[in-house]
Design a protein around this ligand. Structure first.
Ligand code: ADP
Ligand code: MG
Length: 320
């Protein structure tokens, strides 16, 4: 099977179709229309086997994660996704693998109403690069740099699940089967908070998606906005699977330093606290307040109740 046949068989016919695509797969470039009054928002992420997903992850889940991590970046800017490009590096042409991969890709394009408009296919180590593009009303980007002292810090969903899932995938830990399935799902098929991202546009001062653990991603906001934060580790939201599978100390470390959560971390001023519940009720996602910003630029203080919690605590590096 040649590159052309792969594209024609697995990719060209397998995508949701949008009206704003003038020319999709098949020419030298895609040609699309951006709505009046909107910014075009673009992001790219590459997933490498053994680095960003475990070796032997099934093809469908690889497709899912590659789309999800990109849509998560769009969500963190408050953008609504529209189009994706796919660059695939494959060690060999395996029709079963390509079938599973492109089927899941199709399901996701339908679920999110996005269109696959192009890409590239080459031979090499297994790697998947997706470029995702979306729209945002002019001037309404949700950035990392506009957080204000006094803002409350929130996260969507629960934290640390994917990091614990990775331990399971690597055979380093074992938990009850029902929890195992949930945690592996959180690792391999994350849910980008697309609706929440667009809904937060009007109420949040800043936003980022959590891909490297709360500490490292919150620090991006602290640096970009020149603010400090008190993070209450006793308020971190954990799934039932997490709570029933590991000690509280381990759960905290997975949340603070683990990766791959793809939840949104955002900050809102006091007066928007009431609106937040209304806004998120429509998005099928919960949000938990885990701390507050202050004026001590770039300083992050962790608190466990009234006690100071030290990041240098034994074991933290191991999880980082
Ligand atoms: P060119 O050589 O002009 O770059 P290609 O032969 O690589 O064109 O690609 C032909 C068409 O197929 C282009 O529209 C390209 O965007 C698309 N395409 C190639 N690989 C993929 C892929 N993995 N997924 C989706 N579209 C692809
Ligand atoms: Mg090409």
């Amino acid at each position: 099977m040649k590159e052309f046949d792969i594209i024609e068989h697995f990719f060209q016919p397998r995508s949701y179709q949008r009206h704003d695509v003038v020319i999709g797969i098949g020419d030298d470039c895609a040609v699309t229309n951006v709505p009046e009054g909107q910014h075009l928002v673009t992001t790219t992420d590459t997933l490498l086997e053994g680095v960003h997903f475990p070796v032997n992850t099934n093809a469908g889940d690889i497709a899912h994660k590659a789309v999800a991590v990109n849509l998560s970046d769009l969500a963190a800017m408050g953008a609504e996704p529209a189009w994706i490009n796919l660059s695939l590096s494959l060690p060999k042409v395996d029709p079963d693998w390509l079938n599973d991969f492109s089927k899941r890709l199709q399901e996701l394009t339908e679920y999110y109403s996005i269109q696959l408009i192009g890409g590239d296919t080459v031979q090499g180590p297994l790697a998947v690069t997706i470029t995702a593009q979306g729209f945002l009303p002019k001037g309404q980007a949700l950035t990392r740099s506009r957080a204000k002292p006094g803002d409350y810090i929130y996260v969507t969903g629960t934290l640390g699940d994917a990091a614990l899932g990775l331990q399971l995938a690597m055979g380093k830990k074992d938990v009850q089967l029902i929890h195992r399935n949930y945690l592996l799902k959180r690792l391999n098929t994350p849910t980008p908070r697309v609706l929440a991202g667009t809904a937060l546009r009007r109420i949040a001062h800043s936003c980022i998606d959590i891909s490297d653990g709360v500490v490292s991603d919150l620090k991006h906001i602290l640096f970009a906005s020149q603010v400090g934060a008190v993070l209450n580790i006793d308020r971190l939201p954990f799934s039932e699977a997490m709570q029933e599978s590991v000690s509280r100390d381990d759960a905290v470390r997975y949340a603070l330093a683990g990766g791959d959560d793809y939840e949104l971390l955002f900050t809102i001023p006091e007066e928007q606290k009431g609106n937040l519940d209304i806004v998120l009720a429509n998005c099928n996602v919960s949000a938990t307040c885990i701390g507050q910003l202050n004026g001590y630029a770039e300083k992050l203080e962790l608190k466990d109740g009234d006690a100071v919690y030290s990041l240098e605590q034994e074991g933290f590096q191991h999880f980082a």
